[in-house]
Ligand binder design. Structure first.
Ligand SMILES: Cc1cc2nc3c(=O)[nH]c(=O)nc-3n(C[C@H](O)[C@H](O)[C@H](O)COP(=O)(O)OP(=O)(O)OC[C@H]3O[C@@H](n4cnc5c(N)ncnc54)[C@H](O)[C@@H]3O)c2cc1C
Length: 487
């Protein structure tokens, strides 16, 4: 099955028809207006579109999809356009329509008895968290792009982030989905049920499928009790293996309260401190590995601090911890988190990093980091090893960065392919995944054919063809092309 990226219609005809559905103000077609919607977050992928439509209701989305289906026009769904995989922008050639959900930004219902939040897909993650907070609840998904990314994008990418260890990823947080199918039909699954065994769980099709099977227009999310206290520390650890052992100790001592456990390599700390300027390292000495630990609970702040101190002290005694600092105030905690969260942008602004978002079972993660580091440094010993992320759930962002004096283009040209392949192969060999939370998009699409079995790829294509037989919805994303040709 090949995607039909060129319809027989002119761009003007497409714009006229879609303007009649969403209104002329909500159908953009001038090049400068299109630019931000066809360029991905990192500026690595630039696509081409006939128009960008900004519908304000599920009915409008349905009409747009029905019209595009009838006329063979490609549609690319888009939320906050913060994807790091090039999944939310059109292909470089063609007459795609980008369907951006940002005008569908209404919170529809907060049910504090059922502990659910029902909202349109264009609500930003920040706004969703705020709506939960206003109702005295927590919506626990927490990612660095939360001011821009949208709930529809979070669902479509099955987003993860820093609280997965305790609360799970987006798939664990969604109870119901409403989605518009490629032919315009509406799948109405906006149910707030924690138990529903009436056959296939169809909402799962739209979670993590990166806009290739339908447009998510609304969702019912789970709410959690709001923690009343948190305690945050940064600890320098002897090695990734020591970090894993410390996590085990933290779970034993603090149980469910362990909310985040983030790894930070020495070069990652150097990079982010250089980027942030005024923020100083919390440690006097330079360390190769650090972890940020956060405990949260409904108990008292003092009690939580004591528990975290206990974890750190026993780590110091056993030699797992080399140095540690406990946040003494909310401002301290914010600074620690800022250091962790700005690593991603520090790399983007520096340019020349090879992003490998891998997950490995915790029992094998330390060995993986050691082997992958050795493999990278054997290729280019001056590479800066930016390794950080959600170690508590087995996910590290293993992002080798160009040497400071080597241009990004030069480094990426020489090493992007061999380093990505080595790191992914080692993660795969360790029973891991080549994309833990960022998805596949275009960036990892062709790699899937190396790491997914024939049966898995064939099933993925069968599902795609069942829902989108013309291949008009987000073509060129997720599914590797060679299999498409065979399918
Ligand atoms: C600084 C930074 C930090 C980040 N940290 C994390 C992190 O910790 N964890 C993590 O998981 N991700 C992270 N990301 C990646 C990104 O923010 C997430 O993947 C996010 O969920 C994408 O949401 P979005 O609304 O921006 O989606 P977009 O980028 O607009 O789209 C992503 C994909 O979903 C599809 N899509 C979007 N909306 C819809 C919809 N309504 N219906 C159907 N398909 C749709 C698009 O076609 C595309 O394939 C980070 C990104 C940045 C820039």
């Amino acid at each position: 099955m090949t995607a039909n990226t060129a319809s027989p219609l002119s761009n003007e005809a497409i714009v006229a028809a879609l303007s009649a559905i969403v209104g002329p103000q909500a159908c953009l077609s001038q090049a400068p207006d299109l630019q931000p919607f066809v360029t991905d977050y990192r500026g690595l992928y630039v696509g081409q579109a006939a128009a960008v439509v900004l519908p304000n209701s599920t009915e409008q989305v349905s009409q747009v999809m029905a019209w595009c289906h009838a006329h063979g026009v490609v549609v690319v769904p888009q939320g906050g356009n913060t994807s790091l995989m090039g999944g939310a922008v059109p292909e470089p050639q063609g007459q795609a329509v980008v369907l951006n959900l940002r005008r569908m930004n209404q919170v529809l219902a907060v049910d504090t008895v059922n502990d659910t939040l029902t909202l349109q897909a264009g609500v930003t993650l920040n706004a969703a968290r705020k709506a939960a907070e206003d109702a005295g609840r927590l919506f626990p998904l927490r990612i660095g792009s939360e001011g821009s990314c949208q709930i529809g994008g979070n669902i479509s990418t099955n987003a993860g982030g820093t609280a997965v260890l305790r609360y799970g990823n987006m798939r664990d947080l969604v109870l119901g989905v409403e989605a518009v199918l490629p032919d315009g039909r509406i799948y109405s699954g906006l149910r707030g049920l924690r138990k529903d065994n009436t056959g296939y769980d169809l909402k799962q099709l739209f979670i993590g499928s990166e806009g290739t099977l339908g447009i998510v227009t609304a969702a019912v999310l789970k709410l959690m009790p709001q923690p009343t206290a948190s305690s945050v520390a940064l600890a320098a650890v002897a090695s990734p293996a020591a970090a894993v052992a410390l996590l085990g100790e933290a779970k034993k001592t603090a149980g469910q309260a362990v909310t985040a456990f983030e790894l930070i390599s020495g070069p990652a700390l150097d990079l982010v401190l250089g980027y942030l300027g005024k923020v100083k390292s919390p440690f006097e000495a330079r360390h190769d590995w650090m972890v940020l630990i956060e405990l949260t609970s409904g108990a008292s702040a003092e009690g939580l601090d004591q528990t975290l101190m206990q974890v750190l002290e026993s780590g110091l005694e056993s030699g797992l911890v080399l140095d540690a600092t406990l946040a003494q105030s909310g401002a301290d905690a914010q600074t620690f988190w800022r250091i962790r969260e700005e690593i991603s942008d520090a790399q983007t602004r520096t340019g020349g990093s090879i992003k490998c978002d891998v997950s490995v079972p915790l029992s094998r993660i330390a060995a993986f980091i050691e082997e992958a580091t050795a493999a990278v440094l054997a290729l280019e010993p001056q590479t800066r090893m930016i390794v950080y992320g959600h170690m508590g759930d087995g996910n590290v962002h293993f992002n080798p960065l160009r040497p400071a004096d080597r241009p990004a283009k030069d480094y990426l040209g020489a090493f992007y392919e061999p380093i990505s392949r080595q790191v992914d192969s080692l993660a795969h060999a360790a029973g891991g995944s080549i994309s833990a939370e960022h998805g596949v998009g275009v960036a990892k699409r062709d790699d899937l054919s190396h790491y997914k079995s024939e049966v898995e790829l064939a099933l993925m294509w069968q599902i795609k063809k069942a829902l989108d037989p013309q291949g008009l919805l987000n073509p060129g994303k997720v599914l590797p092309a060679p299999v498409a040709a065979q399918a």
